[in-house]
Every structure is written in C-alpha cells, then in structure tokens.
Ligand binder design. Structure first.
Ligand SMILES: O=C(CO)[C@H](O)[C@H](O)COP(=O)(O)O
Length: 209
C-alpha cells in the first residue's frame, strides 16, 4: 500500500515547502486540480524538478482529448495523469495509449460515477493503471465518503491498482487500510495539520505496517 499527498490549496513555493517537510513519508505527490488551474502545468514541472525521487501525479481530471492532455502533462514531467471515469470510453482509451507511448500512467477518478461496479469493470478492461474512488469536496461537505465504493470496485477490478481519496484523516485511516486499497490519497488530513511531518509519518507507519 502506498501514500499519495494531495496538494490543492497552495501555490508553487508553498507546495515545495510542504513536500520538503514530508517527502520521506510519501510515495507520490499530487498537484491538485486547483493548483493546475491557478498555476498551470508549471507546478508539475517545478515539483518534479525539485523532488525527482517522487512520482508526481497531475490531477487534471481530464474529460475530453485524453491523448493530448496526457501528452502535455507528460512533457511537464507528470508520472501519472487523472482522467474522469464519467468521460467517454474513447477519451480513456486515448489517454491509455498516449501514456503507454510516453512511459506514463493513467489514474481514472470515479468521482460522480453512479454505476460504480459496472463502470469499474469496463474501465479496468481498458488497461488503465489505477482506478480511484473519490468523494470530492462537495460530497465531503454533505458528510459522504467513498469507503463503500472502495469495497465495490475491489470486488470487480482485476488488473488496475485501486485507490481511494476524499477527506481521509488519521482517525478514518484504519477503516481505509482494512479495505486494502493499493494507494491511499490524503490532502487536508496532512496539509491541514500544524505538524504535517508528524501526520505524514504516522500515516506512512500505519500504511506500511
Ligand atoms: O481531488 C481532490 C478534490 O477534488 C483532492 O485532492 C482529494 O479529495 C484529496 O484531498 P482531501 O484529502 O483533502 O479530500
């Protein structure tokens, strides 16, 4: 099981500062959608250059033109790029083909997918690298999480790695670990703590135990 740090509410200098604090405890650093919107793919490039030992995920949440978007993010240094599960099959297949060409990986974000088991089965067959269940900020505000969805995709996914994101904190981490995803994605559960290093270290300890 691996740990991904999601950076959403920072600019590039702040992102570098947070990653420097917790780099030894994380496997992947995510440049979150708000950061890409505010800073562009320069943020991906800056973090990859500063921390070449970490895999960098560009959370583009691509909905169209999968091949083109994967190509641009790859050029910026992203190792993994996110595509939405609700997008057309051709978008996901285009992303997978371009990622293979570039030696990169595709994560499909299942945010707002209704028929989660059926869609996860279809997407798994398209050769994606990760399938991620995700309660976004708006769902989190309604008190939702994706823990049941994680169990649902675990039942049907045979090839891709499974991931879970959305409001995971130290207190809820044991429940997540019990469901045994390949990747746990944490944003505010680390970045919102006054001692980020201690939070990341404790989470890594629990995940690797
Ligand atoms: O993609 C995102 C929001 O759309 C976030 O990166 C993801 O939800 C993880 O952050 P947090 O742990 O703070 O929910």
């Amino acid at each position: 099981m691996e740990l991904q740090l999601a950076l959403d509410l920072v600019n590039i200098p702040e992102a570098k500062q947070v990653v420097a604090e917790v780099a030894e405890y994380i496997d992947i650093v995510e440049i979150g959608t708000p950061v890409v919107i505010n800073e562009g793919l320069h943020a991906v490039k800056a973090i990859k250059e500063a921390f070449p030992q970490l895999r960098v995920l560009a959370d583009l949440k691509v909905m169209d033109a999968g091949g083109y978007e994967v190509m641009k993010a790859s050029e910026a240094g992203a190792d993994i790029i996110t595509i939405l599960g609700v997008s057309d099959d051709s978008t996901i297949k285009g992303a997978v083909a371009e990622a293979a060409k570039q030696g990169k990986q595709v994560m499909v974000d299942m945010i707002n997918v209704k028929n989660i088991e059926e869609r996860a089965r279809e997407i798994d067959a398209m050769g994606v690298d990760y399938i991620c269940v995700h309660s976004g900020y708006d769902h989190q505000a309604e008190g939702k999480n994706s823990f049941e969805e994680l169990a649902a995709i675990k039942r049907v996914v045979q090839h891709a790695k499974t991931a879970v994101a959305g409001g995971i904190k130290l207190e809820t981490l044991p429940e997540v670990i019990q469901a045994n995803p390949d990747l746990v994605i944490v944003g505010g559960g680390i970045t919102g703590q006054s001692d980020k290093k201690a939070a990341a270290s404790r989470m890594q300890e629990m995940i690797k135990a």
